[in-house]
Each structure stands twice: as C-alpha cells, then as structure tokens.
Design a protein around this ligand. Structure first.
Ligand code: C5P
Length: 231
C-alpha cells in the first residue's frame, strides 16, 4: 500500500480552511485537525471536515492520568475520526488504559503515540530530567508504548528507520518534516523528501505549507501523491 498523504489544517479560521477542503476533496485522503482548530470550533468542525469525505486525524496529544485519558478516548469515539494522538510520556498505565478504551469504544480508530516532540533538544530534555539523547528517549518511549499496546507512532522521518527495526512489522509510522525537492523548508530543520520518507518506512506523511501555500494546491498535492506511488 503506498504511503498516504495527510494535510494539516493549520489555519486560524473555518473560512480559511473551507476553500482548501473543497479544492482538495478527492485528491488528499486525510486531514489533520489539531488543538488550535479543535479548541476554537470543536466537534462540529471535525464532522464538517469528515462530511467532505476526508479521513480525520485528530491531533490532540492527550496526556493525563489513565482514567481521564481513557474517558476522553471514549468521549471522542462518537466522532468520525480515524487517527488520534496520545503522549507516550504519560506512562505505561496511561497507554494501556487509552488502548483499552479505544478497542472497546472505537475498534477502527488508530491511536498514535507521540514520543519526544521535535521541538525538544538534548538540553531541554535534560531540563525535564532525562539525561539521554532525544534519539535514545524516542526509542525507549516507542518501545514502551508498543509494549503497552500502541500500533502506531508519530515520528520524524529520521527516526523511522530505527522504529521500523525495533517495532513489529505492521506498525503505522506517521511523519511530519517532509518536503518535496525544491520546496521551502520553512521552520522544519531536518527534512526528507516524500519518496525518501516512503522508502524509509513511513506509512503516512504530513505535509502542510508546500501544499497550502502553493499557487495550485491540488497540483502540489497530486505531485506528492505521484512521488509516493512511485517510491
Ligand atoms: O507545514 P508543515 O508541513 O511544516 O506542517 C507540518 C505539520 O506537522 C504541522 O501541523 C506541525 O505542527 C506538525 N508537526 C511537525 N513536527 C512534529 C509534529 C507535528 O511538524 N514533530
């Protein structure tokens, strides 16, 4: 199965998002709704995105005590979503509780574990009491999350190879930090091309600005999808 494209709806208003939803319908299979839009426009917005035919990746990065995360997963299970993120750093019991709630309330929902945020460097990690390198901590949290029942993770394309080696074959790996050749990197420091991310083992890539800021977003998305198909 070719690596699939996810577009993050990183816009402040529904008015800014709606033309993109309309234009990319039938081309882009997935839309990512993050904290910004979910906080402002709530569950109705998730339903509106899904009504266009998109699969919705709800990126809320849940992190709380096990009972609260499990109940939140249960509450969200009434929504038309296909992916949802939790922080693996919430610990083994939290991940177990989240996975149990997901299996019980929405078996077709793919829970994804976030390991170390890419904004965290070695010195920030030390500041929260972790003396290891970010790469070591990513592997540790992914292994722990996998042991606790997670079958998918969000990671940098540069971490995909290690996670592919360490975790079971069917694991879903969703990677932002992807840029087509020649595209502006924006604030993404360490990037891979769509084809390289696919070859490394990403099952999904998240690409935003190279599509949303293109003169022709549909053509930009189609070019990325073609690159993924031929990788
Ligand atoms: O526009 P761009 O392609 O950089 O968007 C990437 C998306 O992926 C944004 O929504 C960003 O917040 C998200 N993301 C990321 N790096 C991570 C996790 C999420 O770029 N490590």
């Amino acid at each position: 199965m070719p690596t699939e494209l996810i577009l993050p709806l990183d816009v402040p208003t529904r008015e800014a998002a709606r033309p993109l939803l309309k234009q990319l319908e039938g081309t882009v299979p997935w839309m990512k709704v993050g904290l910004q839009m979910f906080t402002a426009f709530g569950t109705d917005w998730v339903r509106e995105v899904a009504d266009h035919g998109y699969q919705v990746f709800l990126d809320l990065k849940l992190h709380d005590i096990p009972n609260t995360v499990a109940k939140t997963v249960e509450s969200l299970s009434t929504l038309p979503i296909h992916m949802l993120t939790i922080h693996t750093s919430g610990g083994h019991s939290m991940v177990v509780a989240a996975c149990a709630a997901q299996r019980e309330s929405k078996p077709d929902l793919q829970l994804l574990g976030v390991t170390v945020l890419t904004s965290i460097n070695a010195s920030e990690l030390q500041g929260v009491g972790v003396p290891d390198s970010p790469a070591t901590q990513v592997s540790r949290l992914a292994q722990m999350g996998h042991d606790a029942g997670l079958t998918g993770f969000v990671c940098s394309p540069l971490e995909v190879g290690a996670l592919r080696r360490d975790l079971s074959a069917g694991v879903q790996l969703v990677t932002p930090g992807v840029r087509p050749v020649g595209a502006d990197h924006g604030d993404q420091a360490r990037v891979m091309t769509p084809a390289d991310a696919a070859r490394a083992g990403s099952t999904h890539i998240v690409v935003g600005r190279p599509i949303t800021q293109a003169a022709d977003p549909t053509a930009a998305a189609q070019a990325i999808i073609a690159e993924l198909a031929s990788a």
